[in-house]
Ligand binder design. Structure first.
Ligand code: MN
Length: 369
């Protein structure tokens, strides 16, 4: 259909209006333009207090696979490119966001966060980091939201901090970097955390870190413990432990978020469903009220962080639907512009794109529309 002058003018005025709102436009299949609010949901930062504690930690011995990352990221002086980016909130970060048309970063303390420190230090670092990040959110509520940290290895104090940050800072969600001193959250001693998250109606982002010591050895060569593979195996394993451990029968409204298109679990759900009843009949796993995949669809959302492949996105859409996928960049470890290009060019409807770019994040993380 040829474009007449009126259509052209309409298109231009829509683009100008979108520009005036500070947003950006994407051409649609029908020749119009659509403005998307782009909320990136797994965006890392750190604080001077955490950096100082990481540097002290790096001086001592530790069997943790994360020590390689701690030493390479936090120790070098002058700071590495990544450390500079993690410490920056309002300078380069905002410039790159503007250039890439990213409206908002949902900030979280970079992995492994406070989970390498003893419980007392972890609690105090989490509180100071939450307060500092909340200051940036308060200053720029259109550009920043945040996920709060706490010390999972002090579950009762963690639950108090969760309540505090919701009351004091209106925080919309939490983050845990997988295992803590090699322990997993399916152990009921941690369940005060899930009880608090469910009661506060705030999700927990289960973010990767390197595999726990019990599964470390095969990951130690070829840098396999990293984001290339080990993160997904570690975090996917953790999420499946939560399902098989009955966490979501006990806390049916609890919502968890997994990055990296679900850390491999969407691909495996049918096989897990096939084997669960066989293993249950053999008395090797506990009774669940539903199939494992039912919990995945009811209690998990996934994000696109660092998985910029349209085939995988479409597969996850068929498994989970557009209401349970959120957009994420994983800045500064992944670049902003390719993440925007990936989603702008995704061969999905504008309605689904709008949910993934912002609608789901607004709903799940209580972000003002
Ligand atoms: Mn990340």
């Amino acid at each position: 259909m040829p474009l007449d002058r009126r259509t052209l003018l309409g298109t231009w005025s829509a683009m100008l209006a979108a520009g005036a709102l500070g947003g950006s436009t994407v051409a649609t299949a029908t020749g119009g333009t659509t403005r998307f609010r782009r909320i990136a949901t797994e965006e890392a930062c750190t604080t001077p207090d955490v950096v100082e504690a990481m540097r002290a930690l790096a001086q001592g011995p530790s069997p943790s696979l994360d020590m390689g990352l701690v030493r390479s990221t936090y120790v070098p002086n002058p700071p590495t490119r990544w450390l500079a980016a993690l410490l920056d909130f309002e300078s380069e970060r905002l410039k790159i966001m503007d250039a890439a048309n990213v409206d908002m970063h949902v900030l979280s303390l970079s992995s492994p966060g406070v989970q390498m420190f003893d419980a007392d230090l972890a609690c105090s670092l989490a509180t100071s980091a939450n307060d500092l990040m909340a200051d940036y959110v308060r200053r720029r509520p259109q550009r920043f939201a945040m996920l709060a940290s706490f010390a999972p290895h002090a579950p009762e104090r963690a639950a108090k901090e969760m309540q505090r940050v919701v009351d004091a800072h209106k925080v919309g969600g939490f983050i845990i970097n997988s295992h803590t001193f090699n322990e997993y959250l399916d152990d009921p001693k941690f369940w005060a955390i899930f009880e608090a998250a469910e009661a506060l109606q705030r999700p927990i982002y289960l973010h990767p870190r390197q595999p726990s010591e019990g599964m470390a050895v095969p990951f130690m060569e070829y840098s396999m413990s990293s984001a290339m593979w080990g993160f997904a195996v570690e975090t996917g394993t953790h999420a499946l432990r939560l399902i098989l451990g009955g966490v979501f029968d006990r806390f049916p409204k609890l919502q968890l978020v997994l990055g990296h298109m679900g850390e491999g679990l969407p691909y495996y759900l049918t096989r897990i469903d096939h084997w669960y009843p066989i293993l249950f009949r053999e008395g090797r796993v506990a009774r669940l009220k539903m199939r494992p995949s039912d919990y995945f669809r009811r209690n998990f959302l996934i994000t696109t962080s660092g998985m910029e492949t349209h085939d995988v996105l479409q597969f996850c859409l068929t498994i989970l639907g557009a209401d349970r996928i959120m957009w994420a960049i994983d800045y500064p470890f992944e670049d902003m512009a390719p993440a925007v290009r990936f989603m702008d060019s995704a061969p999905i409807s504008d309605a689904d794109k709008a949910r993934i770019y912002s609608g789901n994040a607004e709903r799940v993380f209580h972000i003002a529309t």
